[in-house]
Ligand binder design. Structure first.
Ligand code: ADP
Ligand code: F6P
Length: 325
């Protein structure tokens, strides 16, 4: 027998991502369609601890699809990451009249949601992070927008690298997973790519390919590196010592976390929001919404959290073929 859900809460947690607003919009639209009231919680789990909340209606989400970031704000909340914090959050949720909670964030946020489910709160997670590194899903909200932002920046740097016959290292986000670096290196015709999935081997991954490009007469070089690539800080000196090239260094940083969400992110997020409400109506206690083989689906949260994702050897090999000489 599916539980009666009269009111659900929605929050955004962990690193923000373009499209999170669309996920909130999808949750609100679907919930109101089914006669369920919605409470927005500001600042991720912190807002649940402080009861910083607001009712959400169609009017409150009108116009947010075009906005990057999250209008509910987000936070990383160590206080919640304690048994006492989880218990207080669950008590607050009940006092706020929440029959369920939708958590939009990454793996860490889902682990927090799982703890809440063990306190009797129905929860469903929606994968939102620009890194695309959540094991249960082929796609996470924000990834497409972040890749396009990085690609456009790399294209601009290529212009000036060409003009000045320079080598430019461009650091993109991705502490533990190199998906942004992988796709943008290929999409921009970079001459080398450095990934956190690979142990440092500058000679094979950078020096040899650039030496080969130089021998072919190439005079400008783009190296795309994920921020989590091993030994990255030593790369400029290694390049200068090996082939006499003094590279420029551009860290794209937080521009990759903002910007107007693409249609891919808005559509996926809205549909994931709708599926999250359906999952709750079906009586799920703790699920994660995912996109798998192009379809929006739901998995049990514990099973989802046990799943891993990383660039495959064949993907890494194809990046080498497509970037190196
Ligand atoms: P992301 O969700 O993007 O992975 P974090 O790992 O920072 O971001 O997690 C976001 C928040 O989720 C944390 O600040 C904390 O409040 C909560 N959280 C993360 N891991 C746990 C956990 N194991 N137990 C309880 N809460 C957690
Ligand atoms: O998890 C997404 C992400 O943007 C990573 O790519 C990046 O390393 C991290 O968040 C930065 O975290 P913060 O916003 O807490 O500095």
């Amino acid at each position: 027998m599916a539980p009666t859900i009269q009111r659900l809460g929605v929050l955004t947690s962990g690193g923000d991502a373009p499209g999170m607003n669309a996920a909130v919009h999808g949750v609100v639209s679907a919930a109101l369609h089914h006669g369920i009231a919605v409470t927005g919680i500001y600042g991720g789990y912190r807002g649940l601890l402080t009861k910083e909340v607001t009712p959400l209606t169609h009017r409150d989400v009108d116009g947010i699809l075009v906005r990057g970031g999250t209008f509910l704000r987000t936070a990383r909340c160590p206080e919640f990451q304690t048994p006492e914090g989880v218990q207080r959050a669950a008590e607050n949720a009940r006092e706020l009249g929440l029959d369920a909670l939708v958590v939009i964030g990454g793996d860490g946020s889902f682990r927090g949601a799982l703890e809440l489910s063990r306190e009797g709160i129905l929860v469903v997670g929606i994968p939102g992070t620009i890194d695309n590194d959540i094991g249960c899903t082929d796609y996470t909200i924000g990834f497409d927008t972040a890749m396009n932002t990085a690609m456009e920046a790399i294209d601009r740097i290529r212009d000036t690298a060409y003009s000045h016959e320079r080598c430019s290292i461009i650091e993109v986000m991705g502490r533990h997973a190199g998906y942004i670096a992988y796709h943008t290196a290929i999409a921009t015709g970079a001459e080398a790519v450095l990934l956190p999935e690979l142990s440092a081997d500058f000679e094979a991954q950078v020096v040899a390919p650039l030496r080969a490009w130089k021998e072919r007469g190439k005079r400008d070089f783009i190296i795309v590196a994920a921020e989590g690539a091993e030994g990255l800080s030593e790369l400029p000196a290694a390049l200068e010592a090996a082939i006499g090239i003094k590279p420029t260094y551009s860290m794209l940083g937080y521009i990759q976390r903002g910007g107007v969400p693409t249609v891919r992110d808005r559509s996926t997020a809205m549909r994931m929001g709708e599926r999250a409400v359906s999952e709750l109506l079906l009586g799920a206690a703790a699920s994660v919404i995912a996109e798998r083989e192009g379809k929006i689906c739901a998995l049990p949260m514990e099973k989802a959290l046990a799943m891993k994702t990383k660039l495959s050897k064949s993907e890494i090999d194809s990046a080498r073929v497509l970037t190196n000489a």
